[in-house]
Write a protein of this length. Structure first.
Length: 447
């Protein structure tokens, strides 16, 4: 395949719209409301962090394994597309089952939801792990920036805007099952388009060469990363006990500073240990790859968790309750999405021509500024300004960072490497450690 036709930009990237419509619907909208229904406002952040931690650990493992397997797989339909199709079929079963949990209550409801979300993560990352191997497989390096820009457009702004205009409004108006149906339609149309990718298969590559023992390190990698996150969470809880006994030092300041330091420590330590286990001995490629994953994780943990907690944040700050926070949260997310769309395509073009490190530094400064505005705002208008800054920064980062990463990984193992890079999707760090911090502030929240 020579991907120079305009349709190639769409077929290689369309499924990002479907998969991220699922995550944009579940994480900031559906899961917060269901969890709040099950456990109440005082524990919602803690339980949300719990479900995010374990679901994303499953995502890390599944994406790495299926990405690596698809590197070696052959079939008449290609090496990536069978996994994409299987993942889509699984999602079409699990998503309606998650919808049915709305009729449950208490901790029973939470654990049923918890189990279904873990299963959903297996299917979603079966497709995800294979999908992200398509650009390294089929695109010349000189076009990585442009294709990464289109990927980022389908991955973030398009699903954010579509979800906020359709699914979020349905949920806010009480049309829960309508939102589930629309979500499945978006997913299936995007998935069907992706199946038109004309993959090349190498007949010399035999799936019989698959060696299950070579995937054992991926289990240990995921386990090590999980232990790091659990350990930092326990340290945070110890600090909470210490803060409760202090009279002279502001407890909120101590708790927040400690939580931030522990998040950074979890990122650096977790990535170092996990990549060492998952990829083996050090060399220049793995060292640069590790630095790229740390950079990606630092940015995305902050951004994805800021978006994930928007509903709870607005409920507390603007004194809203239940579903009444969905529409303002979706409007804020839509502002973020629109300005990601504005910046993401020119960012891909810039990534092919200018220093990626400088562009990433600029995106980080913009993200910091946007987050600061959101935190200090007392009404929706300044919140929208913060959303604009966050959107521009995210669009720049998504395009440039992915173009950077796809050039770092070995082409013959792109599925495995980029699957392991899903460590960068481990928003569990922010949610699992940040959840208790949110619960600590929310009952008496006022700025």
């Amino acid at each position: 395949m020579k991907p120079h036709r305009w349709t190639d930009y769409i077929t290689l990237n369309s499924l990002w719209l479907g998969l991220n419509s699922v995550s944009q619907s579940l994480n900031p909208l559906i899961l917060p409301l269901l969890i709040q229904q099950y456990v109440g406002e005082n524990l919602q952040g803690t339980y949300f962090g719990r479900i995010r931690l374990w679901s994303l650990m499953v995502a890390i493992l599944a994406q790495a394994i299926f990405g690596a397997i698809s590197d070696k797989f052959t079939s008449p339909f290609g090496k990536r597309k069978p996994f994409i199709l299987a993942g889509l079929l699984g999602l079409n079963i699990v998503i309606p089952l998650i919808g049915l949990t709305r009729n449950l209550s208490g901790t029973t409801g939470f654990w049923v939801l918890f189990t279904l979300v873990l299963i959903l993560m297996v299917f979603a990352n079966m497709a995800h792990g294979a999908l992200q191997g398509l650009i390294p497989d089929l695109v010349p390096q000189k076009l990585f920036g442009r294709y990464s820009g289109i990927k980022a457009f389908f991955e973030v702004p398009l699903p954010v805007v579509i979800v906020s205009l359709t699914i979020a409004k349905m949920i806010g108006n009480g049309n829960f099952w309508g939102s589930i149906i629309v979500l499945l339609v978006i997913l299936d149309i995007a998935g069907l388009i992706s199946l038109f990718v004309p993959e090349r298969t190498d007949p010399k590559t035999k799936f019989e060469s698959f060696n299950w023992r070579s995937y054992i390190p991926l289990f240990f990698m995921t386990g090590a990363f999980t232990v790091v996150i659990l350990s930092t969470r326990q340290l945070l809880l110890l600090v909470e006990l210490l803060a409760a006994s202090l009279e002279i030092f502001p407890k909120a300041v101590l708790f927040t500073i400690t939580g931030t330091i522990l998040m950074i420590a979890a990122i650096v330590i977790g990535v170092n240990i996990s990549i060492r286990i998952g990829l083996g001995a050090k060399d220049e490629i793995k060292t640069n790859f590790k630095r790229w994953v740390i950079n990606r994780l630092m940015f995305l943990v902050a951004l994805t968790n800021l978006v994930s907690f928007f509903v709870y944040f607005l409920q507390a700050k603007l004194h809203l309750s239940g579903e009444s926070a969905i529409l303002p949260a979706s409007n804020l997310i839509r502002y973020v999405g629109i300005f990601i769309a504005v910046s993401v395509l020119p960012s891909g073009w810039l990534a092919d021509r200018y220093s990626k490190k400088v562009l990433i530094a600029i995106s980080s400064f913009l993200a910091f500024s946007g987050a600061l505005v959101v935190i200090l705002a007392n009404s929706m208008n300044p919140l929208y300004i913060g959303g604009v800054l966050l959107g521009i920064s995210a669009g720049l980062f998504y395009s440039v960072n992915w173009a950077f990463g796809t050039k770092l990984v070995p082409k013959e193992e792109s599925g495995k490497y980029l699957g392991i890079s899903n460590l960068a999707g481990a928003g569990a760090i922010g949610a699992f450690i940040g959840g208790p911090i949110a619960d600590y502030f929310t009952p008496g929240f006022h700025v």
